[in-house]
Ligand binder design. Sequence first.
Ligand code: XMP
Length: 528
Amino acid sequence: TILVLDFGSQYTHLITRRLRELNVFSEMLPCTQKLSELKFVPKGIILSGGPYSVYEEGSPHVDPAVFDLNVPILGICYGMQELAYRLNPDNVIAGTHREYGHAMLKARSIDNHVDRLFEGIEESMRVWMSHGDKLAKLPDGFHTVATSDNSEYAAIGHQSKPIYGLQFHPEVTHTQNGTALLKNFAVGICGCKQEWTMQKFLEEAIAQIRHTVGEKGQVLAAISGGVDSTVAAKLMKEAIGSRFWAVLVNNGVMRLNECDQVKKDLTEALGINLTVVEASDRFLDGLKGIDDPEKKRKFIGGKFIDIFEEEAVKIEEAAANDPAKAGKIEFFMQGTLYPDVIESLSFKGPSATIKTHHNVGGLPARMANGQGLKLIEPLRSLYKDEVRALGRALGIREELVMRHPFPGPGIAVRILGEVTPEKVEIARQADHIFISEIRKAGIYDQISQAYAAVDPSRAVGVMGDKRVYGYIIVLRAVTTTDFMTAEAYNFPWDFLQRVMNRIVNEVHGVCRVVYDVTSKPPGTIELE
Ligand code: XMP
């Protein structure tokens, strides 16, 4: 494992990503991590960039024990300044101007060989700089490995110890050979083997789950049918077989035939016995008269926990009466992913409170606390694309692995204003047509997320020589890598025409179709 200590740079998590792409396992922790409390022994440590100045009062500093671990260290940007400052505070000064963007780097020969960090990398390369401070002088014992026009010390290395500093960011794609540099550090210098594969993760995850749950423990899980809970459920099933209870709550705002489909997929394809709790009426009744988006979200979240708590009690009673399943439900499984964990681990500044992670599966902590259940989160070290790879390694079919995300509050946040059964039905029908056409056109996997929403303002139209007055359907389709920013998908015109034709003809109560071209920001992916 390479330990990445985060000083708050927006790029930090890319370091872990790049390393994992090299099949080297990497974990990120806040820069304030006490090294004596680490649960693993890292083979190398990377200090990330950050928005602070090392010499400012209150700026974050790494545990001095970092130098006692005797493992290679790479400081990037703030991380390099931190290394230099630690050795002598006079080493770092404010630069006369900020350097932001591309710079050309020249690797310099030292004693007739380019330093190991740059092994196999051409002399001159484009790198991405983003800094205000710089080194005033070389820390004692270091030599210059590379320079740029604005940075005399663009890369430095210790003469006898494996300690390196880079002023630029090797983790961003704008830096040429950045991955090769990280590989030289992790593999060449730290001696990590490139063995971190999904198959290996799978074997370790199963062993870990068995160890955590023990011989008798029972696990309860909320299933949404999305890729995260599906993959996590399959993993649990492989690990502990019948001591695993999967529950799907039908909240009345799921897509067309969704509950039946998810039950079929989990039972037939994955051998998981899914309990579907029918609660549509309780949700739809409660949603009456609520038109504020946040109130809708809160209501759905709250009701969901109520129902889940009731179900947990029922399951436990059934388990108590079944000798084959005797044993208390002790664990609650969630499909939490690494980006959410990172949210809570990122260093947010000396004074800011560190955010606690929100629950991907939508199951709030109250549930786990209320039931005395312990959380089990088998995917918490994985990114979404890694979860998909794990799904494939578990033999889950491609269509399930590549499903677009669907929000917990479902169609309710895709109906502007009050949710009524009529509008839910219209949204379902229109969405089904849109997604079917997307699949038929073979572009489902090019789009990150797509859906049809209902705008309850009504418009006038003419159909069969008659005046009609109906709802407006808003089509939304985006491409994104991380769901933080997104672009509207560029459909061919005839595709949009075809979808429009089908929706106005087949969905009763609709007379117009519009395509939402808003990017995120300023829009969000969901309408509410
Ligand atoms: P926004 O609308 O914030 O959505 O741009 C970003 C991604 O998050 C999903 N989303 C949710 N997922 N519960 C969820 O499980 C929610 O309350 C929720 N709200 C938004 C959205 O579908 C998109 O993928």
